[in-house]
Design a binder for this molecule. Sequence first.
Ligand SMILES: [Zn+2]
Length: 346
Amino acid sequence: MRRLLPFCLLLSACATTPRLPPPAPVGEAEMRATIGVLASDAFEGRMAGTPGADKAAAYIAERFKTAGLQAPSGGYRQSFKVDHKFRALPAEMAKLPSGQGYFMDEQNKHGSFTTDNVVGKVPGHDPDGRAVVVMAHYDHLGICAPESASDRICNGAVDNASGTAALIAVAERVARMGLDRDVWFVATSAEEWGLLGAKAFADDPPLPLAAIVAGFNLDTIAIAGQGAPVAMVAAKDSGLESLVRDAASAMGRSWDGDDEAQPFLQRQDGWALAQRGVPMIMAGGSFSDFKLLQAFLDTTYHDPEDELRPDTQLAGAVDDANLHVELVRRAASRSMLPSFAAVPHQ
Ligand SMILES: [Zn+2]
């Protein structure tokens, strides 16, 4: 009997065929466990430059290592310096979230310090010189209320232990998927200081920024419920809308294209890279229900109330973590060609 060639050898698309069985979906219990660690009082609200943020960086680096991510030269923890210039507190402090004024006061006392982004890579199995980036900030406001307060810690469960937990969960899956392209995972520090970790990454990147075909930032994702429509916050020229629409549809989620959350574009880490021409977006359910998002911003945002409770809504965060596994799977395939021509093909 004539032996048949393996199906794969007959198709040029062979290189994009997943080599490994799909990983188990991200579940709520693991997300709750990771958020529970990062948002615990032991991490003291993860203010950049404090022991609490240091603990968080060590924890994330350990999770990256256990997942099998490669460290860039210098290790998972990439230090950068923050030179904070004194800023007078705004006259209308009452209009700010409760923890914000105290945080600004603390920033002024902090001065200069070093803090770490945590960076790891899943190497591509069939690399073409292009790469995918997934990013989430792990820092938050720290101790954010005076000694007289009953709860002094801004734990930042939603902002942004939720996004960091998704980053770790996605990294764990991608490490076992055998995708074509390199995928970089970046947990940034000092986002609350003005996107400083993302800017430090963009200033001294471990890969050429021009190689990034798609970047996804995860921030404040534990707001929406299960199956929420997917919206996107992106610079106009990201070229990634069809990728996100197709991935959302594959996950059984509808598309919300009203751009309601676009005012957040410059308020998230992705902006630091988008300004350098990187197609960097935020996609997920929390930006599709603006009323729900606004209710969070008006109540628990930047307040000691942002902590993990038994009834904290995590269904949407779980959905968004799984959406990002799918987004990365597609973007890290050689068959996904960038919509811009600037990147030389290898
Ligand atoms: Zn924040």
